[in-house]
Design a protein around this ligand. Structure first.
Ligand code: ZN
Length: 167
């Protein structure tokens, strides 16, 4: 009788553990899925009012600007590159480098400023980079960058605005 009760107790404990594991697993799956809600959200009509056509195409439609078309390629002052959609600071000028690609390039974003998701479009496997606050598409990140990170954040200049340090 005693061992039977012990077995039942163990089975119940294992059962609840399994149930707990299942819940954790579901939550992990939900967190791993692309985030659909952002702190800053607008309808397409509202974004059209806030952005230029070029900014809308890149930020909201994952477009790509023509290489060497952005004035930010030649921006060498101290400051921060912020999201053109929500003004969240994304990159510090200290992380910028000349990749020769024709797109503003950085070794690292500011902490918590961007998120990445897998992008299988155009027959390539790439890591898409978007703004943490509004979800706006910024560019892609590649692992062929220079020290210290070895990463190359290849950004569309039109998706950002430069804010110089005024001190
Ligand atoms: Zn943003």
């Amino acid at each position: 009788m005693q061992s039977r009760r012990g077995f039942l107790f163990q089975a119940a404990a294992l059962g609840s553990l399994a149930a707990a594991g299942l819940v954790v697993g579901r939550q992990r799956l939900a967190m791993a899925a692309p985030a659909q809600t952002f702190e800053v959200q607008h309808s397409d009509a509202q974004w059209h009012q806030l952005l230029t056509d070029e900014q809308f195409d890149v930020l909201r439609r994952e477009g790509t600007e023509r290489p060497f078309s952005s004035p930010l390629n030649n921006e060498h002052r101290r400051g921060r590159f912020a999201c053109a959609g929500c003004q969240l600071p994304l990159f510090a000028s200290e992380a910028k480098f000349d990749s020769g690609t024709g797109w503003p390039s950085f070794t690292a974003p500011l902490a918590g400023a961007v998120d990445t998701s897998r992008d299988s479009s155009l027959g390539m496997e790439r890591n898409e980079v978007h703004c943490h606050r509004c979800g706006g598409h910024l560019g892609h990140v590649f692992d062929d960058g220079p020290a210290p990170t070895g990463l190359r954040y290849c950004m569309n200049g039109v998706a950002m605005v430069f804010v110089p340090v005024t001190a």
